[in-house]
Write a new protein. Structure first.
Length: 320
């Protein structure tokens, strides 16, 4: 069975030290199995070690995030809202690079444009090619926005801004089977200065991604994952499901427990679902879906949640 894990677990990758010398061995290869993980983001707005939520530091959350990755050993993993310093630490950490490779598009400091990446198990997968596209009318233009976002910011000067959003697409090949699939990591617009405009922008961003997948990778199975900032009954979600399935509802087994994905470190999520694993229709069999609420250890020997979003996990088999 191909195992694909999508983890929306928000790794904050600014580490205190880059000298984790212990080597983590990947487990023996499972037959025709791939694991995909998507790591979506926390609301980091500074590179300081003070945390926006409670007393947790960035370093502690990063440590826990990497422990989550090494515990679950995803075959494919998406990272969004990743800062430059976080990326540099991650790629300098042997504990991580012994197991994983990483491709994607960097943060652009001072613009609000996030770093967005795809992480993959080097023993299981190889990258055929990658594409980065901005979610706007001009997808090839770095940092581009929809006109509605620009107009809303003009109408609300000094208030929360709309930031450039992008999608990173990685065409992956299973080394054992030769099967190819596309993994997309993204993060749709948040409400910013105008909630009604934000809803319109998210719908347009979703439509751009659906079109890009069709144009860039016609006929190829895909996993579209990330923090979509919208509910299952919303217009953007409906757009994302055009020709696609939601692993949450398509899986044969949904593990009971927390279903909401945004907890803000309160550990009591409501019913709100904003993180998704969307897969091309009729391209996969879903065996299990789970919202992961596990806490992971830090060097201070305390267990914490790596992100203000819970991870979501799905096992699926890509069909021939």
């Amino acid at each position: 069975m191909k195992k694909i894990i999508a983890l929306l677990l928000a790794l904050v990758m600014v580490f205190a030290l880059a000298a984790c010398a212990s080597k983590t061995e990947a487990p023996a290869e499972e037959t025709k199995t791939e694991t995909a993980a998507t790591e979506t983001a926390t609301e980091e707005k500074t590179e300081q070690t003070t945390e926006l939520y409670g007393s947790l530091t960035f370093q502690e959350r990063m440590e826990a995030g990497v422990e989550m990755l090494l515990d679950l050993l995803p075959d494919v993993c998406g990272l969004s809202e990743c800062r430059v310093v976080q990326y540099k630490y991650l790629t300098g950490m042997r504990k991580f690079t012994n197991v994983f490779g990483i491709v994607g598009s960097d943060e652009v400091p001072g613009t609000g444009e996030e770093g967005t990446y795809v992480v993959y198990r080097k023993d299981r997968l190889e990258v055929v090619r990658t594409e980065t596209r901005w979610l706007s009318l001009t997808p090839g233009e770095q940092g581009s926005l929809f006109p509605e976002a620009e107009e809303a910011m003009r109408q609300h000067p000094g208030e929360a801004r709309f930031y450039p959003r992008k999608a990173v697409y990685a065409l992956m090949r299973d080394k054992a089977t030769g099967v190819e699939f596309v993994f997309c990591s993204t993060h749709l617009a948040y409400n910013a200065c105008d909630k009604s405009v934000a809803a319109i922008i998210r719908e347009k961003q979703a439509a751009v991604m659906v079109q890009q997948l069709q144009e860039l990778f016609p006929g190829v199975p895909y996993l579209l994952t990330g923090d979509m900032n919208c509910a299952p009954n919303s217009a953007p979600y409906s757009v994302l499901l055009e020709g696609s399935e939601d692993a949450r509802y398509a899986s044969a087994v949904t593990v009971s427990g927390a279903q909401g994905t945004l907890h803000k470190f309160l550990k009591t999520p409501g019913s709100g679902i904003i993180d998704y694993i969307i897969v091309r229709a009729d391209s996969a069999f879903f065996s299990t879906f789970q919202v992961v609420t596990t806490e992971y250890p830090t060097r201070r020997n305390k267990n914490i949640l790596p992100s203000d979003h819970y991870a979501i996990y799905a096992d699926l088999t890509i069909l021939p």
